[in-house]
Write a protein of this length. Structure first.
Length: 334
């Protein structure tokens, strides 16, 4: 907290006034609720599970010779996303800098710089619309494990991701058996390669809400491919299908990971930007790399740490898996 002295008011008085405002707005009661939440055995178990999952992720990445990159929080360009969110930007040194929604474009640049495989645990800020707060899986601030593999195809990345999840589930199941018992949670076993579905076929069978319907019925994670979204996911020039994928949790937990092969050809990227009404001027440096043929082929994806912990712990709402809640449409206490 910043303690300051207004003209004619002592720093102590200013602090007392601030505390009074907190109490008047029930702020202190809300802070006490955070402390109570942290003291519960369920939260302690979830945080232990989160620590184990992160350890397993780092171990898997190291074993596969992946390079760990530190995150970028502010950037001149960021993920345009395939749905609208509130503006989260600042002005600094006569530039508009966005809080990163994901590091997808940074990953492409890093791979183009000669790295063969990278991962980042990246804080993302997406000021989602308030009605998403009831989904049980959305936060407007979260941490994403962002991964990219150079010269890889979709099947290569999907195999890599399955191996990662298999390691995480196995390590957490072994090292956090007591915590899982306390949460009355039994993790599904990942047996062999996961089932892959095409979104067009699921849409015909289940309608537009096919992901939710499939997730509710499934007993283990599964893949959905061919999803229309951002310009950077590759489009097959022959079939016109989208060469991308979502990994979806079973038991109604919904989307786990999102990714795809990447577009590298300037003309294709420009066309897709225009089709999606993406402002080209904002991505001028990125487009220049593409125009000069400097973007390297790759495939990748990202998944939310908090969603992973929610699933591992079997929590009904993602707010129950985080110490400090960032639920869309709800005020922040701390």
């Amino acid at each position: 907290m910043i303690i300051y002295a207004e003209r004619g008011v002592s720093a102590t008085s200013a602090t007392d006034n601030a505390q009074s405002r907190w109490q008047g707005a029930s702020g202190l009661n809300l802070m006490e609720k955070i402390v109570e939440k942290l003291r519960k055995k369920e939260m302690k178990a979830l945080l232990r599970i989160q620590s184990a999952a992160l350890y397993a992720i780092h171990r898997h990445m190291w074993g596969n010779r992946m390079t760990h990159i530190m995150p970028v929080l502010l950037s001149t360009i960021t993920d345009p996303l395939n749905h609208s969110v509130g503006d989260a930007s600042i002005r600094y040194c006569d530039q508009t800098l966005a809080l990163t929604k994901s590091m997808i474009l940074h990953k492409q640049v890093l791979i183009s710089g000669g790295l063969s495989g990278i991962y980042i645990i990246s804080p993302n800020v997406r000021l989602e619309k308030g009605d998403l707060g009831s989904s049980g899986r959305h936060l407007f601030e979260f941490s994403q494990v962002d991964i990219e593999l150079a010269d890889a195809r979709a099947k290569d990345f999907m195999g890599f991701a399955e191996g990662l999840y298999r390691d995480v589930f196995g390590f957490v199941g072994k090292e956090c058996a007591g915590e899982l018992d306390a949460l009355e949670r039994k993790l599904p076993r990942l047996s062999g390669r996961l089932t892959v579905y095409d979104s067009s076929e699921l849409r015909d069978e289940f309608g537009l809400d096919f992901e939710r319907e499939m997730s509710a019925e499934a007993k283990e994670p599964f893949w959905i491919t061919n999803l229309c979204r951002e310009f950077y996911d590759r489009e097959d020039p022959l079939t016109k299908k989208h060469v991308n994928y979502d990994l979806v949790y079973p038991e109604g937990f919904g989307e786990a990971l999102s990714g795809g092969e990447r577009e590298t050809e300037y003309g294709v990227i420009l066309r897709k930007m225009r089709e999606r009404h993406t402002p080209e001027a904002e991505y001028a440096p990125y487009l220049e790399l593409a125009r000069r043929g400097l973007l390297r082929k790759s495939a990748g994806g990202g998944f939310g740490v908090e969603r992973l912990v929610r699933f591992l712990g079997g929590r009904a709402h993602i707010r129950d898996a985080v110490p400090f809640e960032r639920v869309p449409g709800e005020k922040v206490v701390m």
